[in-house]
Design a protein around this ligand. Structure first.
Ligand SMILES: Nc1nc2c(c(=O)[nH]1)N[C@H]1C(S)=C(S)[C@@H](COP(=O)(O)O)O[C@H]1N2
Ligand SMILES: [Mo]
Length: 542
């Protein structure tokens, strides 16, 4: 019997609850901070915490909402975020107490927060497909950490019988040990436990701090971007004619929404380039070096053109290709201002984060509109697509031409310089190969036998597409009908009526470029200069 056992026991139980609550707060804090960091890196537009906060405000009844928006939304974002943090900490502590009382209950509560985060992030208007990664990471990490702490560091609540005895007198010697403060867990001391918690808090603070710094930078740049008014092009791109758009469910839209535009770059963190201080320098084999500010760039006579760009890594049938209306200043005009020196045959474009692409000088100065692009589909470039300026060169894969966050154009030679990917085994030259893709039916589809319309895309930038042909079940090649082309630098939609018997089928596509050259059927992998082969889908008709 312990003298004064009653109060000591109670103290023990209370202290144990504090440990569990603390553990859950720290684990959740690490998870949430890690999620914010992941979000800051992957999709700078949406923080899961603020998305949940906005969702909560949005769901409040009218009067309360106005009050909340007035109090937090406009006047003081910091108060809003601080109160979110307090609410999350309280809920996390509750999760810890639930977990102590019954294994798994607290984890369920954390999972519910995670789902709330996913819903909040996914329902934002600018949600990218990566947006859900952050709340999944946050919830998953918080749950895994709490489960680990539970197993390693903490004792569960004593069984009911024992609890019933609480305060009922002297403790039975054979009763389960109470969760004592001197030994919060099976394998650690109180100091050890607090050490773990302190380390967790440091990790959470570091991750959260990094997320805040990254987000500040991108939010600041997003603010500058929002204030940009793009000038009208000297010669705007003609409106998309109705004849260029086919109406087939499942067919990729002719013009790609920037939110769905593929993204490829080496940047772990999206560069946040301040357009107020941004400069583009033309250097190297030039008569005079030229620098250009964003304001100067916007004041130039701009051109506008639909251009399909693609990644050399795109597999046959893949989706690393997109079509947008780009607004920009022809590179040849800037190079003419600088005056290139005879002998130069390449321009090494460099991004603010050190990526480089080597583009033939001729491709930047010939009649195609290679441009320093500032606009995509009528808006300034999204941050992930190179704000404030990037190169767009019709006809060339992105790795040799489409430098985002453009900082420098060095006029040079292929003998003297190499772009980023060339020493890594990719060709110095990267013209986009003629390609075609079946969007409908999808590989593995199940459809009704009878009449069916197949549809897809074909592209051969710079050369244009003159025909698309389909082969059903190894039969003769038949022509598909082409929609009108926007120009020879963009992909073209095609469709073809098929009559399908019941059973398994195979459909294959190939394109002919503007000169009538047939797309090669010889399979080749993406390296070193672009995949080839005919896209083939298999499906079943019933
Ligand atoms: N700064 C920078 N620009 C870059 C790259 C890069 O890694 N860094 N990748 C290039 C590659 S390989 C491609 S395919 C295109 C993709 O452009 P997008 O992300 O706007 O679709 O960007 C090009 N520009
Ligand atoms: Mo690429």
């Amino acid at each position: 019997m312990v003298p004064g056992g009653y109060s000591a026991q109670r103290r023990d139980a209370m202290e144990a609850r504090r440990y569990w609550a603390l553990a859950a707060v720290v684990c959740t804090g690490v998870g949430v901070a890690a999620g914010e960091l992941v979000a800051a890196v992957l999709s700078p537009s949406a923080s899961p915490v603020s998305a949940v906060g906005q969702g909560v405000i949005g769901a409040l009844p009218g009067g309360v909402k106005e009050w909340a928006i007035h109090l937090f939304g406009t006047s003081d974002k910091t108060v809003f975020l601080a109160s979110m943090v307090v609410v999350m900490a309280v809920l996390a502590a509750v999760a810890g107490l639930l977990e102590r009382a019954r294994r798994g209950r607290g984890l369920v509560l954390i999972a519910v927060f995670g789902v709330a985060g996913i819903v909040a992030v996914a329902s934002r208007p600018d949600a990218s497909s990566l947006a859900f990664v952050a709340p999944v990471a946050a919830g998953g990490l918080a749950m895994a950490l709490l489960a680990w702490v539970r197993g390693r560091l903490l004792r569960p609540a004593p069984p009911r019988a024992f609890q019933g005895e609480r305060g009922a007198g002297p403790r039975r010697p054979d009763a389960a040990p109470p969760p004592g403060p001197a030994a919060p867990g099976r394998s650690t001391t109180r100091r050890g436990f607090l050490g773990y918690m302190g380390a967790g808090a440091v990790v959470a603070a570091a991750a959260g701090g990094a997320a805040v710094v990254l987000r500040r930078a991108s939010v600041a740049v997003a603010g500058l971007r929002a204030k940009v008014t793009l000038p009208r092009a000297l010669k705007p791109a003609p409106a998309v004619p109705a004849a260029a758009v086919l109406d087939v469910a499942g067919l990729t839209p002719l013009v790609t929404d920037p939110n769905n535009f593929y993204r490829i770059d080496t940047a772990l963190v999206v560069p946040a380039v301040n357009s107020d201080t941004w400069k583009l320098a033309v250097t190297g084999l030039v008569e005079r070096e030229v620098t250009l500010t964003f304001a100067e760039l916007l004041s130039k006579p701009l051109v506008e053109q639909y251009v399909t760009i693609g990644c050399v890594s795109n597999e046959v049938g893949g989706d690393l290709v997109g079509n947008a209306r780009w607004l920009g200043w022809p590179v040849r005009e800037l190079l003419a201002e600088a005056g290139t020196v005879p002998g130069a045959d390449m321009v090494l474009s460099r991004s603010t984060d050190g990526f480089t692409a080597g583009t033939p000088l001729a491709a930047l100065t010939d009649a195609r509109n290679a441009m320093i692009a500032v606009g995509m589909n009528g808006a300034p470039l999204p941050l992930v697509h190179g704000y404030p300026a990037r190169l767009i060169v019709p006809g060339l894969y992105g790795y040799v031409s489409a430098t985002k966050w453009l900082a420098e154009l060095k006029v040079t030679t292929f003998a003297a310089d190499q772009g980023y990917w060339t020493p890594l085994g990719w060709s110095a030259l990267g013209p986009i190969k003629t390609a075609s893709r079946i969007d409908v039916p999808r590989n593995g589809a199940d459809l009704a036998a009878g009449r069916f319309t197949a549809a897809g895309l074909a592209w051969a930038p710079e050369r244009g597409i003159s025909a698309v042909q389909l082969q059903l079940d190894g039969g003769p090649w038949q022509g598909a009908s082409l929609a009108a082309a926007l120009n020879k630098d963009t992909w073209v939609q095609w469709q073809a009526p098929l009559t399908l018997t019941a059973g398994r089928h195979q459909l294959r596509v190939r394109a002919l470029d503007g000169a009538g050259a047939v797309q090669t059927g010889v399979p080749a992998p993406p390296a070193p200069n672009g995949a080839t082969g005919w896209h083939t889908v298999e499906f079943t008709a019933r």
